[in-house]
Design a protein around this ligand. Structure first.
Ligand SMILES: NC(=O)c1ccc[n+]([C@@H]2O[C@H](COP(=O)([O-])OP(=O)(O)OC[C@H]3O[C@@H](n4cnc5c(N)ncnc54)[C@H](O)[C@@H]3O)[C@@H](O)[C@H]2O)c1
Length: 279
């Protein structure tokens, strides 16, 4: 085993990369993704910028795969930072796939890394503003989503009753925040912090295609009506994550941070209320 500090990034898209760049200097960065191509593309960018990396094909929806990732990461040293920026969006896949990756997979990842995270370490999982568009749940449902043993999560009646991909995504993202609260109590016993970031629309290659594609006008109109009047950038999410993972952020754990240019405020109480019919 080498004796470096290790950063594990699951999901090597632009948001994950922006965070890993900010906390990865002088450390070993494991770039984990279900797509080897995406992970290798990220590795080239990171290696050309002076970072030390390795690539690991990982399926977030599989406990066995997550355990292999941990074994791989620990070869290089102790895991200081976990960044989970993997996920499927409502337009990308089926209800079942979204629930397996975004809801179950994230819960298992936090549970397994909570057993090995280093003292002084921290974790960030990327949720979404979408979780904040779901109406308030009863306390009992919150408790079930936060604390149900991971292998039983997908059998909860409130999850089994989900019948569209948007709801699957919203429940998954709401569950991420609740799960982080629950797991943060376990992570704190190892001296580590754990938080969620819930971004609004962030410009990535996919989002850029949407903005310039056939449904682009609707998106551009929505952004214009949001309090900030624009989409966010991966770097802005990266800056927030870097703060949460820094020494200055040590008093912050079990929390969820909206970074959406005010879109959630606009959705509930401002010019984006028209979206309530469809979102
Ligand atoms: N881009 C946005 O506007 C936006 C807004 C809110 C939340 N988010 C969330 O941010 C996260 C990252 O999104 P992004 O826009 O960077 O997406 P992206 O598609 O660019 O990156 C996601 C990465 O996750 C990987 N992935 C998918 N399924 C996986 C699995 N089972 N195991 C391992 N890796 C897997 C993909 O291969 C991809 O490389 C997601 O959780 C998404 O829901 C994004």
């Amino acid at each position: 085993m080498e004796n470096k500090q290790v950063v594990v990034l699951v999901g090597t898209g632009s948001i994950g990369q922006a965070i890993a760049r900010r906390v990865g200097a002088g450390r070993h960065i494991v770039l984990a993704d279900i797509s080897e191509k995406n992970a290798q593309t990220a590795a080239k960018i990171f290696n050309d910028a002076g970072f030390d990396t390795s690539v690991m094909v990982t399926d977030l929806s599989s406990r066995a795969s997550i355990k292999q990732l941990i074994d791989h990461a620990q070869q290089f040293g102790s895991v200081m930072h976990l960044i989970n920026a993997a996920g499927l969006s409502p337009s990308q896949d089926s209800i079942e796939a979204i629930l397996h990756v975004d809801l179950y997979g994230t819960a298992v990842l936090l549970e397994e890394f909570g057993k090995i995270i280093a003292a002084g370490g921290s974790g960030i999982t990327i949720s979404s503003q979408s979780g904040h568009r779901l109406a308030a749940l009863f306390e009992q449902d919150n408790t079930l989503l936060a604390t149900t043993p991971t292998e039983s999560l997908l059998d909860l009646p409130l999850i089994k009753n989900i019948d569209d991909t948007l709801k699957a995504y919203q429940y998954s993202k709401r569950c991420n925040g609740l799960r982080v609260m629950y797991e943060a109590t376990a992570w704190s016993k190892r001296g580590a912090t754990l938080n969620t970031i819930s971004p609004g629309i962030i410009i990535t290659p996919l989002a850029n295609d949407e903005l310039n594609g056939p449904r682009g006008e609707g998106y551009r109109n929505m952004l214009a009506k949001s309090p900030s009047g624009r989409a966010g950038t991966p770097d802005e999410v990266g800056d927030l994550a870097a703060f949460l993972m820094s020494h200055q952020g040590r008093f912050i754990t079990g929390s969820d941070f909206l970074i959406d240019g005010g879109a959630t405020a606009g959705y509930w109480y401002g010019d984006l209320q028209y979206l309530k019919k469809t979102h």
